[in-house]
Structures are given as C-alpha cells and as structure tokens.
Design a protein around this ligand. Structure first.
Ligand code: NAP
Length: 447
C-alpha cells in the first residue's frame, strides 16, 4: 500500500505545508537491501568499562561494523551505543546525558541508538535497580525525540550472557530494525544452552527447516521470504481456499506447502506427520495466522469471539504441544508467536482480538521457560500498524490515525515484522527468549 501522504509531505509544496502547520512528517525509512549491515560508523561509550562494553567491541568487530570509542566534534555517526550497565545510583544516570547530548546532532538520518543495561531484577541494591529501570524511561523518551527515521532501543543483558549480544546488536544497528523503536529487549532471561555456532553470515539459517502459518500473503509471505533469504528450507501453511497462492509462493522459494485450517481437530497431527515424514523435524515455527472479527462486546457473536482466540493462540498452542510431544522441534529450535499492540493496549471493538493477542504473550513467556532445557527459544512479536490486507478493513479515519500515531508517523511494512522474526530465528539469538518486541514504530497505543 503506498503512503500518498508521505509522498506529498516530501514534495516542495507539501514540505512547506507540513512544516508550517506542524503536521506529521513521515521520513522515508532505510531498509536492508543486502551489503554491509551498517553503512557508517558507530560511536561507542560506557559509563565505566564492563564485560558488556567489552562484548560490544567484540560483537561489532565480528560483524565488521566500523566503530570508534573516541568522539569527534564533526564526524557523522550511523549509530550510538552506550553501555549503561554499571550505573548503580540516580546520580550516575547523568552519564547518559554526558555521552549523548554532545553527539546527538551528529546522528545521521535513520540512525540507530542502543543503550545497554543490566537486568533490574539482578541488581544488588535498590539504588542500582532504580538506575537500571530508569534506562527504560530514558530510551523511550529519547526514541520520541530523535526523529528523522532514527530509532532508540534498550537491551538488558543478564550477568553471564554478555557474549550473546551479537545478533541483537546487528539487528538493532542495521536497517533491518527500521520500524522497531522504544523497545526493551532482555537477553539471557532463561537458562538456555550455548548459542549455536554462527554459520555463514549471509545464510545464517542454512540447514534449518521453517514453518510459517498464514503464509500466502501479508506478513506471513514476507516472513517466509526473509527466512528463505537467510538460508532456511521453508514450508508455508494456509487455509485450503488459498492453496494456489500459497503454492505459487512456496514453489518460487523451493519450499513445501501445507493446506489446512489450523483450528481443525486433526491439524496438529497432520502438521507433525508432515515434518516427520519430509524433514525429520522442524527448527523454526512462526505462528503467524490470525484474523479479526471486530465488534463491540455487546454485539459480538459467540462464534467470532471463540474463533479469533482459537486461531491466534489456541491452535498455535495445540500444534506446538504436539510437535514438542513428538520430539520434532530440534535443539536450537525457535518458536515465534504473533501478538499485536492490541494485545498490550487493548482496542475498541477488539475484545476478542485483544484477548487472543494478550494470550499469545502469556503463552510464549510461559513456554519459553519450559522449552529452555531443550535449547529452544520462544518469543513474540507485537506488530503495530503494518500495511497489509488486514488493515484495509479498518475505517479510513481510524486507519489514518493508526498510521500516523507513532514516532515514525507512518505504517510499517511486512518486511519489518519479517526482519524481527529472522533475528529471533538467527542461531546467534539462543539467549533471546521470553521477549515480546513491538514492531510498531513506537506506536502511542500500548506505549
Ligand atoms: P492477513 O493478510 O489476513 O494474513 C493472515 C493469513 O492467515 C491469511 O492468509 C489467512 O487466511 C490465514 N489464516 C486465517 N485463519 C487461518 C486458519 N484457521 N488456518 C490457517 N490459516 C489461516 O493478515 P496479516 O496482516 O498478514 O497478519 C498476520 C498476523 O499478524 C496475524 O496474526 C495478525 O493478527 C497479526 N497482526 C497484524 C497486524 C497488521 O497491522 N497487519 C498488526 C498486528 C498483528 P484468511 O484470512 O483468508 O482466512
């Protein structure tokens, strides 16, 4: 879907009107098109030297991202990374301002800011817990200020998980995270086995088998393409009426197709049998299928409440349990649930959808603890307003509000959700589990 307002705001007359009336000014966002992950230099800083700061240096070097720890008054930076994990008092928080204020004007368009902290739950004193929790307010506020298509995110690193920050830094510093801002990511929450050995950076998912449900269009189609781009053998699933569309896509990607309704009683056994017979198991499962049946609760038909909940979370839970029970999700496995900002903030006319999507979060967070012992992660994505068929059904006024009421003043693209899933799926993301990351351009809903 093209954003006509965005194009208008970039022509000479539109620019004048937007500026003088103080209207939203959606920048064109950079997206990853191959080549180096970061086109520019990253400036790093730290309150004091810590294992996290050392891990940042090592991770940037491993990813061949140009970095410096010495600020210059004139140079432009594509990224700013600050290790705040050692801050253990309210007084110490001033080091955030001391690092960022002199260099913020040097951040390029679509720049990236990453703040690293220590898990507040692991803090050894009240003062340290205060300081680490304060980082959330800092990053979320700065994310609303930076503008120009730039993003600001916070990564809490558990003690001992420092060497696992690489894949997350790569994602957050690159254009792959174009529509992810104001987010808090936690690394090392669960006691997972060591990260898989990183393979070919261009094909990190080589040798993996991935299932995406609801794959024939919208987010699912972008997700399956991104997993294929990263080297996975892909299997798409969709309802029988969409079989031709699904097969056209999976044939193009050299993958497999499963035509069924995930709510059918025998769907879990059929899916398990497919992977057992064709691939001996499965590595990545993206529970993407979802529907909306919006009505205020007083007018809601019982079947539409139950169906929305069952497609978004009931069926994914049954399918995952069957695959786990049969031992078909291999070590290093990845389970991804698709929630929504409606599951975080709630939405008028969406009691069914909000229930379903909040349920996804509860399920994934609980599941992440259960599967950790098998070296499997479980994470959720909560998309905001993403330009797909689903949002075309929203009335125009509400649709336009949804599109503009975020820090990027625009809707996201399916690829933005797909890139976040590819980051979860990356072998380097073994210590990323139990997270719920919003891909919403820092939507005001659920903020
Ligand atoms: P979409 O374009 O409607 O695609 C969803 C796909 O899932 C469709 O092909 C759909 O088929 C399929 N599906 C529905 N019920 C199914 C079932 N019982 N069994 C198998 N497949 C089924 O939706 P989308 O916008 O790409 O959304 C993808 C996911 O992201 C959903 O979970 C959605 O709730 C979530 N999400 C989207 C947005 C957004 O802004 N687009 C925001 C937040 C969350 P039919 O619909 O034809 O039955």
């Amino acid at each position: 879907m093209t954003d006509r307002y965005q194009d208008l705001a970039h022509n000479p007359i539109g620019k004048f009107v937007v500026k003088n009336l103080g209207l939203p000014n959606p920048p064109y966002l950079e997206r990853y098109e191959g080549g180096p992950l970061v086109k520019g230099t990253v400036l790093t800083g730290a309150a004091t030297q810590t294992p996290v700061a050392k891990a940042v240096t090592a991770a940037l070097k491993a990813a061949r991202i140009g970095a410096t720890g010495v600020p210059s008054g004139t140079k432009k930076y594509k990224g700013l990374v600050f290790d705040a994990s050692s801050i253990d008092s309210s007084e110490g928080l001033v080091s955030l301002q001391e690092f960022f204020t002199p260099v913020l004007r040097q951040l390029e368009a679509c720049g990236r800011v990453v703040v690293l902290g220590a898990l507040p739950d692991e803090a050894v004193s009240e003062a340290a817990a205060l300081a680490q929790r304060a980082l959330e307010g800092f990053t979320r506020s700065l994310a609303k200020e930076v503008g120009n298509g730039s993003s600001v995110n916070l990564v809490y690193v558990a003690k001992g998980a420092e060497s696992s920050i690489g894949s997350t830094l790569e994602f957050l510093l690159s254009p792959k995270s174009a529509y992810v801002s104001g987010q808090v990511i936690r690394i090392g929450l669960t006691d997972l086995k060591d990260a898989d050995k990183a393979g070919d950076p261009a094909k990190p998912l080589a040798g993996k088998v991935a299932l995406v449900t609801g794959a024939s269009r919208g987010l699912g189609a972008a997700e399956i393409r991104a997993l294929h781009r990263d080297g996975a053998t892909v299997v798409g699933l969709d309802i029988p009426p969409l079989e031709a569309d699904l097969k056209a896509l999976t044939d193009e990607l050299g993958g497999g197709a499963i035509s069924l309704d995930i709510t059918a009683a025998d769907a879990p056994e059929e899916i398990a049998a497919y992977f057992k017979n064709n691939h001996g198991g499965v590595d990545i499962i993206v529970h993407n299928a979802g529907i909306t049946r919006d009505k205020r609760l007083r007018n809601m038909k019982p079947e539409n409440f139950a169906l929305v909940v069952d497609i978004s979370v009931g069926a994914p839970q049954r399918i995952t349990d069957e695959l786990l029970d049969q031992g078909l999700i291999r070590e290093g496995g990845r389970i991804v649930g698709i929630s929504s900002i409606a599951g975080i903030a709630g939405n008028n006319g969406q009691t069914n959808y909000g229930t379903a999507k909040a349920g996804v979060i509860g399920w994934i967070q609980s599941l992440s603890k259960r599967v950790a012992k098998d070296g499997i992660t479980a994470n959720a994505i909560a998309p905001g307003f993403i330009e797909t068929e689903m949002v075309k059904t929203i009335p125009l006024g509400i649709r336009e509000a949804g599109r503009r009421m975020n820090s990027m003043s625009q809707g996201g693209l399916p690829i933005d959700v797909a890139e976040a899933i590819a980051w979860y799926a990356n072998p380097g993301s073994s210590a990323v589990s139990g997270n719920v990351v919003r891909v919403c351009g820092q939507s005001l809903l659920g903020a």
